[in-house]
Ligand binder design. Structure first.
Ligand SMILES: C[S@@+](CC[C@H](N)C(=O)[O-])C[C@H]1O[C@@H](n2cnc3c(N)ncnc32)[C@H](O)[C@@H]1O
Length: 253
């Protein structure tokens, strides 16, 4: 047989969560997967900068192993056509590596399957290739750790929404759930502050940006937060300030 491709076993595609920013929040499993990979793939902005690569940098320090880096240019925008074109291009390059039997790691900020671009690559992956996911610490878990606030206890409910939802949807979540995390706060910040006031959850809310990174900012009193757009890497954590009474009682389930 002179078809070389058919003699080479297919590679493995791994989505690796690298956590919210602090390289020490990388799991040992993620660290090892990155060290052993043949190819490191990640999204990068127009200036070639990649958050997920920056977070994983310590795991890349392997003087012996030469790893191929595949940076996927990605414009931060809500425009889906350009995003889909970037994912199509990326999966083509990933398939080419997998076909040669390589292990390809895709670095994902936070957790790969929690608002992660990895989802769009996984759905495009040819079924002949094996895949695996290594979870990462999501931004909201890092946020509550920094705040040292319990997100939910006992029968409290919890919802995650994004600042891109409609006013009605955001208000409904704030009114219905004890704890709410609002992701992608960025440019929606002024509108979100108004909705927090309208639902009387303003005093329950905390604002965080660049969690676990050098420029981390935490604002616990939202009166100190400007009514203007914030950075993309920002979110609100809203929790009940009082611990429910049943915490100190015997409750029959
Ligand atoms: C596309 S989502 C990615 C979420 C990520 N996969 C995770 O598990 O947290 C991007 C949003 O996550 C939030 N985010 C991620 N990392 C963050 C950080 N270090 N500080 C604040 N917000 C962060 C922001 O709300 C941002 O707009």
């Amino acid at each position: 047989m002179n078809d070389l491709a058919s003699t080479v076993p297919n590679g493995l595609f791994i989505g690796v969560g690298v956590g919210p920013g602090d390289p020490e929040l990388l799991t040992l499993k993620a660290y090892r997967a990155i060290q052993h990979a043949d190819v490191i793939c990640y999204l990068e902005n127009e200036s070639g900068q990649s958050q997920s690569l920056d977070i994983a940098v310590e795991a890349l320090k392997d003087p012996i192993k030469q790893q191929l880096h595949l940076g996927v240019r990605f414009a931060m925008s809500r425009e889906r056509v350009a995003a889909n074109a970037a994912y199509d291009k990326a999966i083509g390059q990933i398939h080419a590596q997998l076909k040669q039997g390589k292990t390809v790691v895709f670095l994902c900020e936070g957790d790969p399957l929690f608002f992660g671009s990895f989802t769009y690559l996984l759905e495009r992956l040819d079924s002949q290739y094996a895949s695996k996911v290594i979870p990462g610490i999501p931004a909201f878990a890092a946020a509550t750790a920094e705040l040292q606030l319990p997100l939910t206890v006992l029968k409290q409910s919890f919802a995650v929404i994004t600042g891109r939802h409609s006013d009605a949807k955001i208000k409904a979540a704030l009114l219905e759930h004890d704890a709410v995390v609002i992701m992608k706060a960025g440019i929606e910040r002024p509108r979100l502050l108004t909705l927090l006031k309208e639902t009387k959850r303003f005093d329950d809310a905390n604002y965080l940006e660049y969690i676990s990174r050098d420029k981390q900012k935490i604002i616990r009193d939202l009166n100190d937060l400007e009514m203007s757009a914030g950075p993309y890497f920002s979110l609100f954590v809203i929790t009940r300030q009082e611990i429910p009474k049943e915490a100190n009682q015997d409750v029959k389930a």
